[in-house]
Design a binder for this molecule. Structure first.
Ligand SMILES: [Zn+2]
Length: 224
């Protein structure tokens, strides 16, 4: 069989604090893919001064879950833009399939654009306790905004390793909102993970390792 010419699509999922954003960006750099993260795109969408833009500011400000209809609409708009690009080696989807409907509709959207031939779904597995620790203990540089994850060597840092700035616990990492995010993961995202699992599409990676080792495991799994 000839190697597939279909663009590479990687869907990265995992509990809060599992390092989805970090690993997604590493994958993009490694394979020359475009990063399609829901956080970045939704924040950009807030700036459009229409009804949805303004409502997103309110809903996201309260930390509420955005309805799947809005998520899928915005993802669809992004995919349409990618389709019109002359060169598209593929992309990494981060944060678009937190609910089972979104996983189903993301599959439909990928089929619509003819990108369903080369899709990989990666689950970064970490325990609930690890997730909680990483979210409550991660810090941010006051000066440059760099996020310092709660893992490996980073735990020992006293000051920002890039600019020497002071490190503080992030304000949005409040205990109540973290508990809410973990509950949401259990109730909403686990069914979406099971959807991929039932179809035998799930690639499970141990997320409780250093960033480098997680990435190595992902690359190894993608080759198989
Ligand atoms: Zn800094």
């Amino acid at each position: 069989m000839k190697p597939s010419k279909s663009p590479k699509v990687i869907i990265v999922i995992g509990p809060p604090g599992s390092g989805k954003g970090t690993q997604s960006k590493l994958l993009c750099r490694h394979f020359g893919l475009e990063y399609v993260g829901s956080g970045d795109i939704l924040r950009a969408r807030q700036k459009v001064g229409d009804f949805t833009g303004q409502k997103l500011i309110k809903v996201m400000g309260k930390g509420e879950l955005i309805p799947s209809f809005v998520i899928v609409k915005i993802l669809g708009d992004k995919l349409e833009k990618l389709k019109n690009k002359s060169k598209n080696k593929g992309f990494v989807l981060d944060g678009w399939t937190r609910i089972i409907y979104e996983a189903i509709l993301a599959d439909e959207a990928l089929g619509w654009y003819g990108w369903n031939k080369n899709v990989k779904v990666i689950l970064l597995k970490i325990s609930r306790r690890e997730s909680y620790n990483r979210l409550t203990k991660r810090r941010q540089c006051k000066k440059c905004g760099r996020l310092i994850p709660w893992l490996g060597e980073f735990k020992k840092l006293k000051k920002c390793d890039k600019c020497g700035g002071k490190l503080v616990t992030r304000r949005d990492d409040k205990i109540e909102s973290i508990k809410m995010r973990l509950e949401e993961f259990k109730n909403q995202t686990v069914p979406s993970i099971n959807y991929y699992k039932k179809q035998k599409r799930l690639i499970k990676i141990n997320g409780e390792q250093s960033i480098e080792d997680v990435f190595k495991d992902i690359l190894k799994a993608l080759k198989q």
